[in-house]
Ligand binder design. Structure first.
Ligand SMILES: *Cc1c(COP(=O)(O)O)cnc(C)c1O
Length: 399
């Protein structure tokens, strides 16, 4: 119901659309041009000083990119957005724009492996220190704040454990410290969760995942609640050259047009698969925000409009059984990434979260045998049939 009132399908389909501005084109054209002619020297100067908003140069802005940004800002309820070349470029934009030597970051665990690595391996070299607290522990988040803490960075649901961060509590902590709350909203996406409505200041995405949804684009986007934050972030993205190109923007915008339909269908598949896995005697446990067995099931219902399409589970036979399962699926594809129309399965400990030291993985709940499944939009019967035959291989091999 909440989704209906938000008119999210309409926003996804019409966001950034202005046929009159593009000779009537109903699909925003690809402005494959690096630079744009100024009608007069005065107009060129006006564009540079910001009194005219026409395009200048594609690293700084482009009509196709602009349409994409309008659409995602509208979906997330922000004042504007900056589309970036990758999800990591979106995260880099935020850190490069807001942090300087001597600053401190409080982040939650687990995070996407490279997001954590950016802080521990690169920003540490630039004099920025970080404290990581468990995603589920709101009190630890508050306790970790220091006078030099400049931002709170969270991911919810977290990759790959599907732990949730209480966004209302996290934004209260951030705002009482006078610092922004940054949320990686990749796993839920704006159709299911809009952190700005819950107090977040900046929302970012790996648009590579469900926003695009077709496993054919690498991209990112950052959305800001207020214009001064947006200006700060945009300046950094432009200066560091992290912005997206028009062709990728066009593909991404095309993917976003069907966001709600894809997300709803994948989520319906995921719900049934999660229950099926939970009932399966080869499976030790399942973590999915739509199951009452999720320790934060209540929170999921409060801050999300649906549990999404990503499931974490552990086989009773641990890593060995998980490997047999992943090697035995036929239609479900053994590949990293999530949120595409095709179902994907992977092993976080040896793949997406390989860069996180083993002791850290265990501390964060990334068990050795954890398997991550991103349910796609295939026919449910085909997905269950594939899992059934793969489970039979596990039983045949290890009993
Ligand atoms: C994939 C992912 C990223 C990184 O995005 P890229 O598009 O691969 O650069 C960041 N955060 C989360 C949660 C992700 O799943």
């Amino acid at each position: 119901m909440a989704n209906k009132a938000k008119r999210l399908h309409t926003k996804a389909i019409h966001g950034g659309l202005d046929p009159a501005a593009h000779r009537g084109a109903v699909s925003v054209p690809i402005y494959q041009s690096s630079t744009f002619a100024f009608p007069t020297a005065e107009e060129g100067a006006a564009r540079f000083d910001g009194t005219s908003d026409g395009p200048i140069y594609t690293r700084m802005g482009n009509p196709t990119v602009h349409a994409l940004q309008e659409c995602v800002a509208d979906l997330e309820g922000g004042c504007g957005a900056i589309a970036t070349a990758t999800g990591m470029a979106a995260i880099s934009t935020v850190f490069l724009a807001l942090l300087r030597s001597g600053d401190h970051v409080v982040a939650t665990d687990p995070l996407y492996g490279a997001s954590r690595g950016l802080l521990t391996r690169y920003f540490s070299r630039l004099g920025v220190t970080s404290t990581f607290v468990p995603a589920v522990d709101a009190a630890a988040l508050t306790a970790a704040i220091r006078p030099e803490t400049r931002l709170i960075y969270v991911e919810t649901p977290a990759n790959p454990t599907l732990d949730l961060v209480d966004l209302i509590a996290a934004s209260a902590t951030a705002h009482s410290a006078g610092i922004p709350l940054i949320v990686d909203n990749t796993f839920a996406g704006p159709y299911l969760q809009r952190p700005i409505e819950l107090g977040a200041d900046v929302v970012l995405h790996s648009a590579t995942k469900s926003l695009n949804g077709h496993s054919d684009v690498i991209a990112g986007i950052v959305v800001a609640r207020d214009p001064s934050m947006l200006a700060t972030l945009r300046d950094a993205a432009i200066m560091f050259g992290l912005t997206i190109d028009p062709h990728q923007s066009w593909l991404l915008l095309r993917g976003i047009r069907t966001l709600g339909m894809r997300v709803e269908r994948a989520q319906t598949n995921a719900m049934t698969i999660a229950r099926w896995l939970e009932d399966h005697d080869q499976v030790a446990w399942v973590r999915y925000p739509g199951l009452p067995s999720h320790p934060q099931f209540k929170l999921a219902q409060q801050q999300m409009d649906g549990p999404g399409s990503i499931i974490a589970f552990e086989m009773r036979g641990g890593v060995t059984a998980g490997s047999i399962l992943m090697n035995s699926v036929r239609m479900i594809t053994l590949a990293v990434s999530v949120g595409g129309v095709e179902s994907l399965i992977e092993h976080p400990a040896s793949m997406t979260h390989k860069s996180v030291p083993e002791s850290e993985q265990r501390r964060q709940g990334i068990t050795a045998g954890l398997v991550r499944l991103s349910a796609g939009c295939e026919d449910l019967d085909d997905l269950l049939a594939d899992l059934t035959q793969a489970m039979a291989h596990v039983t045949a091999a290890i009993g």
